[in-house]
Structure formats: C-alpha cells, structure tokens
Design a binder for this molecule. Structure first.
Ligand SMILES: Cc1cc2nc3c(=O)[nH]c(=O)nc-3n(C[C@H](O)[C@H](O)[C@H](O)COP(=O)(O)O)c2cc1C
Length: 402
C-alpha cells in the first residue's frame, strides 16, 4: 500500500560525499524513489573513490552529477524547483565547505545555489566529530543556515574505534525528510500522546495485556513532531523505535502509571491524544510470589481506572486540553463511539473496527471514522502514518479553526 507522504513525487537532491558510508546513499535513494520522488544525485570528487556513479545511476534512474566542469551551469539548473537537499553521508570536509561558502566542487556549488531546506547526515571518525573546528562548522550550518542534522549514531566505526560518528540509519533520514516537508500547523502547541498497551500483573512474572503494538500512537507522535508540536509521548511497553524530536518520553507499564503520567502533564498541554490501549481489568490481588501451577488459579479482576474520564474531569486548571479519544469496536457500530464522545467530554473520537481487514491492533495499516460534534469523516485503509496525519489535520481543522 502506498503511504501518503510529503515525499511523494517531490524533487530531491541527494548529495554523496567521500565517506566510508557512501554506499548507504544507494539505499537512501532507493527508499526516496519508493515515494516516486524525482531524485538527482550529486557526488563529490572524493565520493567517486568509494562508490561508482553507475550504482548511483541505477538507484536514481538517471546519471548523477559528478563534476563541476562536466556540464556548464548544472549546479544552478539542477537545484531549481527542488524541495529538499539531503547530504548523506556528509563528511567533515563538505560540512566545512558548506558552512564557509566554499564552492570548489559540484556538491557545495549546488548547495550555495539552492535556497530550500537541507538535511545532513554526518559520518566520520569520533575524533573528527569532536574536533572544535568541525563543531564550529556544524553549529554555523545549523544555527545560521537552518540545516537539519540527523545523527550520527554511536557504535563501532570503520576505523575500528567506538563512539559517535556512524551515519544515521536510512529510516531516520526518511523520517526527518518527511518532517522537513510537512507544514508546521502545530507550531507553538504542546501535544501529549499515549501509546501502546499496559500490563496488569498477577504475580512478579505474569500479566494481563492486549495486542496493541503502539504503532498508531507512535505514528501520531511522529506526525505531531513533523507539524512542529512540542510532543510528549507516554508509552506502554512497545518494541518500536522512539520517534525523533520528542520533547519528552515517559515509559509506563500499568494503567495506574499511565494515568499518573498523563494527569501530571495534561494540564499544560493544548491537545491530548489517547491512542493507548490501557488494560481495562487488573487482578484483584497481585501475588508477591510466583503463582504455582499445582495450586490452580481462580482469577478475580477489577476494572482499572479510566484515564480519559480522569482527564476530562480535571478541575482547577486554567484550561483543559483538547481531548481526542479512541474507540476500538469489534465490528461496525458507531453508536458506542458517539456515546463515549459525550460521556467522556471528548472533543473528538476516533473509531476503528478492529475486525476489519487492514485495521486495528498490531498491523501497519488502519481505517478510522473520526467523530467530532456533528461531523464525521471516514478514512480509507491507509498506512498508520497516513491515518495519523488524517487525525491531526481533522483535529486542527475542527477544533482550532471552528
Ligand atoms: C578510507 C577513507 C575513509 C574516509 N571516511 C571519511 C568519513 O567517513 N568522514 C569524513 O568526514 N571523512 C572521511 N574521509 C576523508 C575524506 O574522504 C576527505 O576529507 C575528502 O577530502 C572529503 O571530500 P568531500 O567532502 O568533498 O567528499 C575518509 C578518507 C579515507 C581515505
């Protein structure tokens, strides 16, 4: 399924420099082309020692620019109409040139002739990365020129040392690229999102939980960050990479912990999106010792605390955040969602039928109906990133522009 993404059919310049990580640029270009992006690669002279223009051409579907003197004015014409310049990997030397306006190779010449957004993914030895000359150049690029830096990661480097300097994973660069091209419709807003399941323990090793993967909540957090929101994520146990650019991340395990984390932070938020699937039941008694099989087990469960109702009932606060809840239904039926919207004092509710194919728990796609007051909006089955954008855009439209 094609993802809705600002990268789709965009025009991107992919810069490649003389780093051992240069081969990773091929994977990045392929991923950008999955979005049908028009990618033109620009290779420094040094990068040609690490990767062949042929490999890059096969990924891009067109010849890369490899020299300043090959085609007159290529550095000017190539960047016209481009919406993003991604330099990955970016060497210390190229970063120094960009920061100081030196245009003695095709890549820095293109950069100087370009006026849009730029992302760099530095890759180098840890000592080079820590050098004051490099730090000064990087700071100048970020602060004076608004260049977005992704990574580097720490780990074992090609030179055999350990430390920061590995190029950021391609996934992170794609995430940053999507964020860079997303309009900042939540700039200045504080958004709190809950995600994932919770666990209610019977004994020290066993718990009751549910099939929630956290993918919907994490997609919402990424979408909020991309829109410029100061984003807090309160997450139950999930096996997902933490979204980049969060203002805060709180790991919780039980429904009571999730409630406490949300209530402590909801008061100064503009929007609260409760995408988590907290366990509804908790064992009436939690055994301190591991329960033994031969003893058998009669389980009595109590209801857990209702986080949404607690937020909705928040008193003594200057303002209550705009509240968005989720209603998971087994089968169609919006009446329960309408009831929950009213009963819990929500501004919007997102209904999804977990039995529908391509929707619900633990899958990459979802399909939802958004109910806000008298309005209803239905999405098709989409990747959860697209659903997250759909939800936030409806919230912005209905709640703040109403
Ligand atoms: C084997 C080898 C690996 C290198 N890897 C890196 C690297 O990862 N990062 C870096 O900043 N420089 C690295 N360099 C140094 C650059 O290739 C050198 O500074 C070059 O002039 C960079 O040119 P460019 O920025 O125009 O591509 C490496 C050099 C060699 C010989």
């Amino acid at each position: 399924m094609k993802r809705k993404s600002p990268l789709r059919k965009s025009k991107i310049i992919a810069g490649i420099t003389g780093s051992v990580a240069a081969y990773k640029s091929v994977e990045l270009i392929r991923r950008l082309r999955d979005y049908e992006a028009d990618v033109t690669a620009v290779m420094t002279s040094a990068s040609l020692r690490f990767i062949t223009p042929l490999s890059v051409e096969l990924a891009c579907g067109k010849k890369p620019l490899t020299g300043l003197w090959d085609e007159p004015l290529a550095h000017i014409k190539t960047v016209e109409g481009a919406s993003l310049f991604i330099i990955a990997p970016a060497t210390a030397s190229t970063i120094a040139k960009l920061a100081n306006g030196i245009a003695d190779d095709i890549l820095p010449a293109c950069y100087l002739a370009y006026t849009g957004k730029t992302i760099i993914a530095p890759a180098m030895n840890s000592n080079m990365y820590a050098h004051p000359a490099f730090r000064r150049n990087l700071e100048r690029l970020e602060n004076d020129m608004g260049v977005i830096t992704v990574g580097p990661q720490s780990g074992t480097l090609a030179c055999g040392t350990e430390g920061p300097g590995r190029m950021a994973p391609v996934d992170e660069i794609i995430e940053a690229a999507e964020a860079a091209l997303t309009p900042k419709t939540l700039q200045g807003k504080k958004v709190l999102i809950t995600a994932g399941p919770t666990r209610e323990y019977l004994d020290p090793v066993r718990f009751i939980s549910n099939r929630s993967s956290g993918k919907m909540g994490y997609a919402l957090a990424k979408a909020a960050v991309a829109r410029g929101a100061q984003t807090l994520l309160v997450s139950g146990p999930c096996a997902l990479a933490r979204p980049q650019g969060l203002a805060g991340f709180v790991n919780v395990e039980t429904t009571a912990e999730m409630k406490e984390a949300v209530l402590a932070r909801a008061g100064d938020c503009d929007m609260l999106v409760m995408a988590a699937a907290p366990a509804d039941f908790t064992p009436a008694k939690r055994s301190k010792d591991k329960l033994q099989r031969q003893d058998g087990l009669n389980l009595k469960l109590d209801p857990t605390e209702d986080i949404l109702a607690a937020v909705s009932a928040m008193k003594g606060k200057k303002k209550k955040p705009c509240l968005i809840g989720f209603a998971a239904g087994a089968g169609p039926g919006l009446s329960r969602a309408h009831r929950k919207l009213k009963e819990k004092g929500l501004d919007m509710i997102v209904f999804n039928d977990v039995l529908r194919e391509g929707a619900g728990f633990d899958c990459d796609t979802n399909a939802v109906v958004i109910i806000g007051g008298a309005h209803e909006a239905e999405s098709p089955v989409m990747h959860k990133d697209g659903i997250a954008a759909f939800i936030l855009e409806k919230a912005i439209e209905k709640i703040w522009k109403a």
